[in-house]
Design a binder for this molecule. Structure first.
Ligand code: ADE
Ligand code: ZN
Length: 326
């Protein structure tokens, strides 16, 4: 139908994407071989079969395991390059990508390894086809406040490349307020702020992201619907929610795409966007997320256009850059 062609051809922005979550099984196996990293998979097929998750943690275990094959500058370049080529293919004209430094620094791989790799791919994509992209440095919330402060410190020579900080990993038991002081410091350093909240965690975690972390966007936020006061607050502030439909199904946040609340959130007047989260683990890049919604929810072409427009409105682009796409 018309919707399919519309989804593919519309210029879109992606605002919730973990670069480590774009590591395809093929590249994972290639790099495991290159660096002699032991993985519990013999074939590409084994890897895909293992991607069956019950919840966020069961995914995170394999996501951190997969990331252990990323060792040298060239690996990070290749990871980023492959994803940016995907953006070109899908008309994702602007992307705001999260990276998880602690996933690498905890293994002894420093900012001086991954940042130059990312930068080289981003500059090349910009030069070759005008790809717009920026980086969000995300703290692992299962680690301590002190580890987050150390990460912010270690990033200092590279902060010119970083637009914002984020908060990801195991949500339950690690509420946003645990990182209030880190986010205050990031704000002082001129960094913008986002946080995962209300993916598995309760509405209270979304309130905490707003009030204690001063965020500009909520990553996921689908559980906001359980709190009418919160919905009203998010709507009146037009606080963006970066919703990730395929992720939510793979991690059992909703039982089936038919039950996803994205359209309800949109109808409640919220600033909803569609995103891929960790495409290689969740079975699809950005356009696949739009297609999956269109296949299972009563979505019109107008909804698709609104969601694509929202992706620019909710971005960190300047008003002038936004106007170019709206
Ligand atoms: N890290 C990568 N993807 C994530 C997600 N969806 N939630 C929390 N942490 C993550
Ligand atoms: Zn995420």
């Amino acid at each position: 139908p018309a919707t399919t062609a519309l989804i593919n051809s519309l210029p879109k922005a992606e605002l919730h994407l973990h670069i480590e979550g774009t590591l395809e099984p093929e590249l994972m196996m290639l790099l495991a071989e290159k660096h002699q990293v032991a993985l519990p998979y013999s074939t590409i097929e084994d890897v895909r079969l293992a991607y069956n998750f019950d919840n966020l943690q069961s995914f995170l275990d394999l996501y951190y395991l997969g990331a252990s094959v990323l060792c040298d500058e060239d690996d990070f370049y290749r990871l980023m390059w492959d994803y940016l080529c995907k953006c070109k293919e899908e008309n994702v004209v602007h992307v705001e990508m999260m990276f998880d430094p602690q996933t690498h620094t905890e293994r002894g791989i420093g900012f001086d390894v991954f940042m130059p790799g990312f930068a080289r791919a981003m500059a090349q994509a910009e030069k070759e086809w005008g790809q717009s992209s920026l980086l969000i440095m995300s703290f692992l919330r299962h680690l301590s406040e002190q580890s987050a402060f150390e990460t912010l410190d270690a990033a200092s020579p590279y902060l010119f490349m970083v637009s914002a900080v984020g908060l990801d990993s195991s949500e339950l038991g690690n509420p946003p307020e645990k990182f209030a002081r880190v986010f205050a410091k990031a704000k002082e350093l001129g960094l913008l702020r986002v946080a995962h909240a209300g993916e598995e965690g309760p509405p209270a975690y979304i309130w905490s992201a707003l009030n204690d972390l001063n965020v500009h966007r909520i990553d996921h936020g689908v559980r906001s619907i359980e709190d009418a006061m919160l919905v009203q607050e998010l709507a009146s502030r037009q606080m963006p929610l970066t919703v990730c439909p395929l992720s939510n199904i793979k991690l059992c946040v909703f039982g089936h795409m038919r039950e996803h609340n994205l359209l309800s959130l949109l109808d409640l007047g919220l600033m909803v966007t569609v995103n891929a989260d960790d495409p290689s683990y969740f079975g699809g890049y950005l356009n696949d997320n739009y297609h999956a919604l269109a296949a299972h929810l009563p979505i019109t072409d107008e909804h698709i256009k609104t969601l694509a427009a929202n992706s620019f409105k909710a971005s960190f682009l300047s008003e002038e850059q936004k106007a170019h796409w709206l």
